[in-house]
Design a protein around this ligand. Structure first.
Ligand SMILES: NC(=O)c1ccc[n+]([C@@H]2O[C@H](COP(=O)([O-])OP(=O)(O)OC[C@H]3O[C@@H](n4cnc5c(N)ncnc54)[C@H](O)[C@@H]3O)[C@@H](O)[C@H]2O)c1
Ligand SMILES: O=C(O)C1=N[C@H](C(=O)O)CCC1
Length: 251
């Protein structure tokens, strides 16, 4: 329990969205944080600075997140980003902005669910032992992007582990007779995106080798599952200058 004056002053961008609304509730309930601004489309970013925000949490959309983040870094405000769409090129751009603001911290994580982080770690660990691998991500139909940030991140981790183990390409003799039938190719790993009402956020990583398969699966049934990770990042980001990608270094 901290005094009001010691509380971390947090602002939320995308505050009326599915995730933003949940983050506002979680910050409100945290005794060591104070929600000082809840900003959504149409509101001025300047509201964040006027409210004296120390940490901004961004859950908006891939097409606006870079402008938001640039503004926050320029203002010297630490930022926790859950919004997806971060390519290696985008991450490099963020590192460039931060080079001019040495005290500022940014955490960008494709998934704040602790179980999801472990699922990715387990998948990376298993990758070297299986010649075949496919990722099946499943989300609610309101999701704007595909494949998910989590699936893209997982595919990159698996591809790196395969390269290190000299595994070569995944065996696949199939001719794609209908475009997309074999899913997207991310660094040589096939990724399939499912959208259905009733789902929240789910992922399976299916590995195969001679005579056996291994399935690693994670399910978020409720957006509350992301909140411990978000709060962990809010607490950590002021003492982590520069860019932190994914939640693993904070666990
Ligand atoms: N990292 C994670 O753990 C995690 C978990 C869930 C969702 N996500 C990602 O978070 C993002 C948001 O997901 P969602 O389901 O909450 O989406 P959503 O569509 O429900 O919410 C997005 C909100 O952002 C607002 N917005 C759009 N442009 C804005 C702007 N310029 N300034 C301020 N607000 C703006 C929208 O009005 C909306 O309220 C997506 O990229 C999603 O993939 C990440
Ligand atoms: O609901 C979403 O949208 C989610 N997006 C993230 C992703 O793209 O990986 C994390 C899971 C939920």
């Amino acid at each position: 329990m901290s005094d009001e004056q010691d509380a971390i002053r947090v602002a939320v961008l995308g505050a009326r969205g599915r995730m933003g609304a949940e983050v506002c509730k979680a910050v409100d309930a945290a005794t060591d944080m104070k929600l000082v601004a809840a900003v959504d489309q149409g509101d001025a970013l300047a509201d964040l600075a006027d409210a004296g925000a120390q940490v901004v949490v961004d859950f908006t959309t891939p097409d606006v997140v870079m402008d938001n983040l640039r503004w926050c870094v320029d203002q010297g405000i630490h930022t926790v980003v859950g919004t997806t769409g971060f390519t290696e090129q985008r991450l490099e751009q963020v590192r460039g902005w931060l080079a001019d603001k040495p005290g500022v911290g940014v955490v960008i994580a494709p998934n704040f669910g602790i179980g999801a982080v472990l699922m990715m770690q387990f998948a990376a660990r298993a990758a070297r032992y299986f010649e075949s691998v496919e990722i099946i991500e499943q989300h609610h139909p309101g999701k704007l992007d595909a494949p998910s940030g989590t699936a893209t991140h997982t595919a990159r981790l698996i591809a790196a582990a395969r390269a290190e183990a000299d595994l070569g390409p995944v065996p696949d003799a199939t001719k794609d007779e209908v475009a997309g039938a074999r899913g997207a190719d991310i660094d040589g790993v096939r990724v399939h995106a499912v959208r259905a009402t009733g789902l929240v956020a789910h992922q399976e990583v299916l590995f195969g080798t001679t005579g056996e398969t291994l399935t690693i699966r994670h399910d978020s049934y409720d957006r509350v599952s992301f909140m411990p990770g978000v709060l962990l990042a809010v607490r950590a980001v002021p003492t982590r200058p520069g860019l932190t990608v994914a939640l693993d270094p904070l666990l």
